[in-house]
Write a protein that binds this ligand. Structure first.
Ligand code: HEM
Length: 117
């Protein structure tokens, strides 16, 4: 059970890497846009995160306040990605603030996961 949880954490980290990596590629190339890979990474992080929110394969109590905050941040990332891709389709561009918000919130969720114990 514990090894299975560790495997789900690994896939969760892959989701984070795909979302943040896809965003970083665009940022470094100075392309202010959202891509399908960002949404794929977000869905992987969301599905595995929800699985990890249940208390299985752990001998300690989960921090549900922290998990709730992470869920809220994820919803904000989802909204920014959804609004961003709709805007992009309609106008061909994305407000830079929305683009930077996606990267910042993604990094914030990883920071919450690692630093809030
Ligand atoms: C973009 C969104 C997310 C990012 C970037 C992210 C990032 C991370 C990272 C980096 C870790 C590993 C922390 C460590 O080494 O201890 C982690 C663990 C975890 N995440 Fe997320 N996460 C996201 C979304 C979520 C969501 C939506 C939930 C639940 C509602 C969630 C629940 C958890 C839990 C419970 C763990 C601890 C797993 C364990 O050690 O058993 N995450 N997350």
């Amino acid at each position: 059970m514990e090894i299975l949880r560790h495997l789900v954490v690994l896939v969760h980290l892959v989701g984070f890497a795909v979302l943040f990596g896809a965003w970083a590629v665009e940022a470094v190339s100075r392309r202010i846009r959202v891509t399908r890979l960002m949404s794929i990474g977000m869905v992987i992080a969301a599905v595995t995160g929800l699985a990890l929110a249940a208390p299985w394969g752990v001998e300690y109590d989960l921090n549900y306040v922290k998990i709730g905050v992470k869920l809220g941040v994820l919803l904000a990332i989802g909204a920014a990605l959804g609004i961003g891709s709709a805007r992009q389709r309609r106008t061909g561009g994305l407000p830079p603030a929305l683009f930077w918000l996606i990267g910042t919130l993604t990094l914030a969720n990883a920071a919450i996961a690692v630093l809030w114990r």
